[in-house]
Design a protein. Sequence first.
Lengths: 249, 333
Amino acid sequence: MTETTPLLQLDNIVKNYGAIEALRGISFDIARGEVLALLGDNGAGKSTLVKIISGGLEATSGRIVFDGIERNFTSPAEAKAAGIETVYQDLSLCTNVDVVANFFMGREIVKRFLGVPILQEREMQTVVEKAMANAGTRIPSMRTNVEHLSGGQRQAIELNRFVHWGGKLVLLDEPFAALGVEQTRRGLDMIKRIAAQGIGVVIITHIMAQAFQVADRMVVIRQGKVAGNVERAKTSPDEVVRMITGESL
Amino acid sequence: MSARQRAIIEFMLDNLVWLLLIVVLAAFSIGIPSYFQIGIFTNIIEDSTYVGVMAIGLAIVIIAGNMDLSVESVAGLTAMVTGILFCNGGIGLGYTMAPVEWLAIPVSLLLAIAVGGIIGFSNGLLVVKLRMNAFIVTLASYIWVRGLVLALSGGRSAQGMVPELRIIGIPIDPILLPPSALIAIVSFIGFSFLMRRTPFGRHITMIGGNPIATFRAGIKTDRLILVSFILAGAVAGIAGWLLAIRTSGATANLGVGMLFKAFAAVVIGGVSLKGGIGQLPGVYAGVLLLSAIQTAINLMGLPAHYTQLILGALVLAAMLIDTLKLQIRQRLA
């Protein structure tokens, strides 16, 4: 496997619900370190596709090659173990505990004393502080409960945690829906930084301006098919909108 | 605000109930003649043993986001089992472990833990496997377990605990506290440690905060919830065992009313019924506070039903303080 093989290859993905064809042969690649905006009208099949990539649904037919290996995820846990994760707003943090506890959720550093596992708080805090500093995220105290942090800070914790634990491809579903202008700007910066570390990022969004601010490439889904797959530099918002609505040029 | 000031305020908020306890004890000591005595204070600690131990398990289940109403009846059952086996009078069978008589202590204790644990297990199984509402499941247990106590005893009582068990309830000379009170204190320390310093406690707290997130993070949420119910049952079993020793026997209605005190202590101690929030040392302070107030009422010669009025008012006050604490915290962040 070399750096030039795509991180994720989707090859003719089809998903049928009975007689209804939700996806009618989707094919595209995502490279390492690439930010891809997945666009499309409501009902175009974006959510179905995202669920198939992250293990929430199984495709009716087609091939998914991730990290050079053909995969057939049957659960989100499997996809997660391989390094693919969907970050949903507020679904993956426990707001009643602090940043450190959230960062290490289920993977705590322990030392056994007489067979009893004891949490190594200082060690864990050092790790989190380092990871946050590397990502340029500023949170006053790693011991603050997450409920007291802003939406942007929460998102930063989720993304940094994902990167720290070996995530390779992250899917962000409307990541800035609940954020303010300044937080959105920081969020977009953070996405660029994460991609710069060689991680693939898929953003599902309706907001064209955000897609053009951060994405390297736009993939437009329309009626279960890829209606457009263009580099940002070679397209314009107007063109993408026409792809989404299916208007002829 | 400096980080240090902030830390101090956070610490005070976390330990508000301890401050309250100190203030109340000081006020009673000044205001009520004969309150300020070693004997009174050791009595408060001794009196806190039973509700205290029961409140540990209740608090853990509530922190995990569930509810256990059965703890009182479970304590009643293990008290009755202990009473029937190790009492000489009434329906007691008067077993001894002769020639090694002290073995009665570990044997009866383990039996109480096992009986309580089994009921906790059945509660937990119904909640986790059948997705039944914990409130309803444990309400049913609250009723049927008390029914079992009545059936076992035939409504009669056991008296005259064998002496090798009674020593658990007799004060030790220099410290004026019986081993039972020490068992309660050691339990609080042990379980506080478990909740604060081990992955188990951390995960229980996180499940109470967001079960979906913890499940998605690969934490075995169902198993941990089941364990929390087993613990609550087992610990309630210990409370019943201690209760039987204190009263040197068991009646069919032993322990009735303890559930509400345990609940009050848990809430006053800062545990949120929404789950995910609360610490066990606070719960112990809550139990001590109730006991301190009860003692004051007794010393002042007020009718006993005043206790209930004050108990209710305290629970409401605890809720108000909880809201206030939340507002201060939000301002800090």
